[in-house]
Design a protein around this ligand. Structure first.
Ligand SMILES: C[S@@+](CC[C@H](N)C(=O)[O-])C[C@H]1O[C@@H](n2cnc3c(N)ncnc32)[C@H](O)[C@@H]1O
Length: 237
């Protein structure tokens, strides 16, 4: 997987790439590169944004700056680029990132992520350069960097060898192994703490009963979540 992140703050990713699972993915052939919009701006003084037409607060990332950064990096017109490669503009109002979208992105050979700041992007960037507009949730972050890390994390951890324990990625919430449902609860030592006992079945060593218990808890949790989501949507949440 080749990921390019276009950002005004490439240094934000230093912590992210130092994480073990990211390092594992990179050591196995994936690549994560940050490109600073400012390094390719055609404007003087490393300018990248401007005040919004029509007035209002904040600064808007300019279309000519993003055009120039994408063109410099890929050597083609960004209008053509988005046909050949997933170019994902991060925005609060985009398609919300869910497991199905993560699977879709993981299957791609390469991704480009565009991180906004301040008021966000000139709309023509979404209209003409992006193949997708993706949101990491229906709330507003201060910049696209955390959103890009969420996308990268969700994708990279799915690649073979990224996680130390391969089984962790097979049987977890939303996986096919759990029929898209939530994972069952986990417990570890001590078996009793402040009078709170771990369910006896987990201490029994009886694999079939443990598997059965986990399937039931997974189903219960998933049903509860579906009920809560339904309540939330009916109350406008
Ligand atoms: C302060 S936000 C801009 C918000 C924009 N003015 C609005 O009201 O929708 C700055 C940047 O952070 C990123 N961002 C903020 N929240 C996000 C979210 N929930 N998902 C993805 N990106 C987000 C986007 O790249 C956005 O351009």
């Amino acid at each position: 997987m080749n990921i390019d992140v276009f950002t005004l703050f490439p240094e934000s990713f230093e912590w992210f790439v130092s994480q073990r699972h990211v390092g594992n993915a990179l050591a196995r052939g994936s690549r994560l590169q940050c490109v600073n919009f400012r390094d390719h701006t055609p404007l003087s003084g490393r300018q990248v944004d401007d005040t919004p037409f029509g007035g209002g607060a904040g600064m808007v990332l300019r279309v000519d700056v993003v055009d120039s950064a994408l063109r410099a990096h890929y050597g083609i017109d960004p209008v053509e680029l988005r046909v050949k490669r997933r170019v994902i503009l991060l925005a609060p109002g985009g398609r919300v990132l869910e497991e199905s979208l993560v699977d879709e992105l993981t299957a791609e050979p390469a991704l480009t992520l565009l991180c906004g700041r301040y008021e966000g992007f000139d709309q023509r960037i979404a209209d003409h350069f992006a193949s997708d507009v993706v949101s990491v949730g229906r709330y507003v972050l201060s910049g696209g960097e955390l959103a890009a890390m969420i996308v990268c994390d969700a994708v990279l951890r799915k690649l073979p060898g990224a996680l130390g324990h391969e089984h962790s990625a097979i049987e977890e919430s939303f996986s096919a192994a759990l029929h898209g449902g939530l994972e069952y609860p986990h417990y570890t030592r001590p078996a009793e703490y402040r009078g709170w006992r771990v369910p006896e079945v987990l201490l029994s060593g009886h694999h079939e009963r443990i598997a059965q218990w986990r399937r039931e808890r997974s189903r219960e949790r998933s049903e509860d979540e579906a009920t809560n989501a339904d309540r939330g949507s009916r109350s406008g949440g």
